[in-house]
Design a protein around this ligand. Structure first.
Ligand SMILES: Nc1ncnc2c1ncn2[C@@H]1O[C@H](COP(=O)(O)OP(=O)(O)O)[C@@H](O)[C@H]1O
Ligand SMILES: [Mg+2]
Length: 274
């Protein structure tokens, strides 16, 4: 099926100078079981080309599993996922649509320099010659304000810099769809804000459709076009970020604005008698 023209228009890829269109994502009645455990329950939503969609939810609610379905690393038990109108699980889709997933761990190779981490994908796919790869890698490092770290090992960098290297590596893939799994986890608030700004800037400048999985409320409030909330495998809320300001659902309120209460029974249960 030919891809339909993107309503958000085409954009010029900063590396290749080729016009590419941002792609849309559609998740339709997606359910996923691992044995007897149902991890995703009839999840339906779509992400428009060029949109920043943030998926929030507590740990274990199924966010990473959902992302893996979009990049074709997991297969639905029922329902389907399409990217640019094509089945996300098919090999052909992954060849036609450039998707880059920034893993929560960063998934960087400490045995390789930052430069070689970024050059890995274009070398493996023989995208261009070594001089062309160098240009792309150095450009991506510059965009992420990582000049001067190309010969370092990722293990020598701070947490925030590692995240930026992981984002730079994704950018070298010249993605039409960027997916981030918990990009601000384990970072301090200022570094988290910087990463949020980077995600928003990359989307604005390169018009890449962006899906962010996160439980960072500030990130969702500040950079998303729309937010979905996943709880226990079900999408219980979908709307603009302004919906997060005064949630009426008590479960969502407790998740977004947890109260610290030392008299709470949860705390009492942890007490041990001497
Ligand atoms: N490959 C797998 N096999 C079995 N269970 C899994 C697998 N991947 C994830 N799960 C389970 O699915 C649930 C959701 O996981 P995940 O999507 O990683 O949650 P999170 O919202 O924290 O990203 C968890 O209970 C997790 O243990
Ligand atoms: Mg996760």
């Amino acid at each position: 099926m030919p891809s339909s023209p993107s309503p958000a228009g085409a954009t010029r890829n900063p590396f290749t100078q080729v016009e590419t269109a941002a792609v849309g994502v559609s998740v339709e009645h997606l359910s996923k079981n691992f044995g007897s455990l149902q991890v995703l329950k009839d999840v339906t939503f779509s992400v428009e080309p060029g949109e920043i969609f943030v998926l929030m939810g507590p740990s274990g609610s199924g966010k990473s599993v959902l992302l893996k379905h979009i990049v074709g690393l997991e297969l639905p038990t029922s329902g389907r996922v399409t990217v640019d109108g094509k089945d996300a699980s098919s090999e052909a889709t992954r060849e036609q649509v450039r998707m880059a997933l920034v893993f929560q761990s960063g998934a960087l190779f400490n045995s390789l320099s930052v430069y070689d981490n970024l050059a890995l994908y274009p070398r493996e796919h023989q995208i261009t010659d070594e001089a062309g790869i160098r240009e792309k890698v150095m450009h991506a490092l510059k965009i992420l304000s990582l000049d001067g770290v190309d010969q370092k090992s990722p293990s020598d960098l701070s947490g925030g810099m590692k995240k930026r290297v992981a984002i730079a590596r994704a950018l070298v893939m010249e993605p039409q769809l960027m997916l981030y799994d918990e990009p601000t986890s384990e970072l301090d608030p200022v570094t988290s804000a910087t990463i949020s700004e980077i995600i928003a800037t990359l989307k604005q400048e390169y018009h890449v459709t962006t899906i962010v999985v996160s439980h960072d409320r500030e990130l969702a409030l500040n950079i998303s076009d729309r937010v979905g909330i996943l709880m226990d495998g079900a999408l219980i809320s979908l709307g603009p970020p302004s919906d997060l300001k005064a949630p009426t659902d008590p479960h969502i309120a407790e998740f977004l604005y947890p109260k610290i209460d030392l008299q709470h029974p949860r705390f009492k249960n942890l007490e041990t008698t001497p």
